[in-house]
Design a protein around this ligand. Sequence first.
Ligand code: 5GP
Ligand code: ZN
Length: 113
Amino acid sequence: MADCIFCKIAAGEVNAKVVYEDADTLAFLDLNPQAPAHALIIPRRHLPRLAAAEDIDAGLLGKLQLTAVKTAKLLKIETAFRLVTNNGKAAGQSVDHLHYHLLGGRKLLWPPG
Ligand code: 5GP
Ligand code: ZN
């Protein structure tokens, strides 16, 4: 999608520190990390938010979770990490391309703010 920063990263038009990629998904380090390890897991295909996913996207949503696990292993945080998506502005979503935050490398508090 034109003017979507994450579509541009997926297309290789904008630089990012890619940790893992395959045909359908991509994991790269967040520009403004909130933990020692902070990656973003995205589908290559533009989906604005999790709530925009439909039944046909079930396989892709599963792949995103598996990409998160592979990325957690590559970042050596597989024993303790958080995977979260902000769906909608009031939940903190600032980029309208589905992404999961993978966070680890420090004690993570609960509940989040
Ligand atoms: P949200 O606030 O939508 O849940 O998360 C968006 C995340 O994308 C933020 O953590 C922000 O730091 C990150 N981000 C925004 N633009 C870029 C970018 O161009 N490159 C990278 N690597 N991360 C970005
Ligand atoms: Zn996009």
